[in-house]
Design a protein around this ligand. Structure first.
Ligand code: SF4
Length: 179
C-alpha cells in the first residue's frame, strides 16, 4: 500500500460526464486499482481531500464552494489535473457568462416556463454564485490539462498511465482531436 499513488477527484460545476468517462476505461479499472488508493471522490464518498499525489478536477468554478474545494485540492495534491472543457474554459456552464447573473436568476426563478412560486433561493446553506463561471486555472495553478467533453476513456487512461509512471504525458493526436 505504501507504494500506491493516492488519488482524489472532484466535480465542481460539471455534469459528472468526465467522471463517467473515467469509469469507461472498463476492465482497466482493475489494473488501475492495483496502482492507486482512493481519497475523496464520488466512489468513496469521502468529503474532505487528504494529502494526495494526484488530484483530478472536472467542471468549471461557478460558486463559493467550488472555489473552496479547488483551493483545498491545490493545497493537498502534489499534482493537479484539470479534465474536460468545463474545467479548461468554463464549458457549458460558462454559457451564462454572456448574461448578467441577476438576469440568469430572474429567468430561472421568476420568468421561466412553469415557475409556480417566484422566489430566488437564499438559504445560507446554498453556495453563493460567482458573477461568472471561471476555468480552474484562473483560480489555482494547474499542472496538466486534458481537453474534451468529455475526454475519451482512452485519453484519460493515457494521461493516468503517464502520471503514475512519472513519465512525460504523450497524448496521441487521435485522442485529443475533436471534429
Ligand atoms: Fe460534462 Fe463535458 Fe463538462 Fe465534462 S466537460 S463536466 S462531460 S459538460
Amino acid at each position: 500500500m505504501a507504494d500506491k499513488i493516492r488519488v482524489a477527484t472532484a466535480s465542481l460545476c460539471g455534469c459528472f460526464g468526465c467522471h463517467m468517462s473515467l469509469l469507461d476505461i472498463d476492465e482497466r479499472l482493475v489494473e488501475l486499482l492495483k496502482l492507486v488508493e482512493l481519497d475523496r471522490m464520488p466512489l468513496t464518498d469521502i468529503k474532505q481531500v487528504g494529502p494526495c499525489d494526484l488530484g483530478i478536477i472536472e467542471g468549471g468554478v461557478a460558486n463559493a464552494e467550488n472555489v473552496h474545494v479547488l483551493r483545498e485540492f491545490r493545497e493537498k495534491c502534489k499534482v493537479l489535473v484539470a479534465i474536460g472543457a468545463c474545467a479548461l474554459n468554463g464549458g457549458l456552464p460558462a454559457m451564462r457568462n454572456h448574461f448578467d447573473l441577476k438576469d440568469c436568476l430572474e429567468e430561472a426563478y421568476f420568468n421561466g416556463v412553469g415557475v409556480q412560486n417566484p422566489l430566488i433561493p437564499n438559504d445560507p446553506e446554498i453556495p453563493l454564485l460567482l458573477d461568472k463561471v471561471r476555468p480552474v486555472h484562473e483560480v489555482v495553478p494547474v499542472d496538466h490539462f486534458l481537453p474534451g467533453c468529455p475526454p475519451s476513456a482512452d485519453a484519460i487512461w493515457t494521461l493516468l498511465n503517464g502520471l503514475l509512471a512519472g513519465s512525460p504525458v504523450d497524448l496521441p493526436y487521435t485522442q485529443i482531436h475533436y471534429d
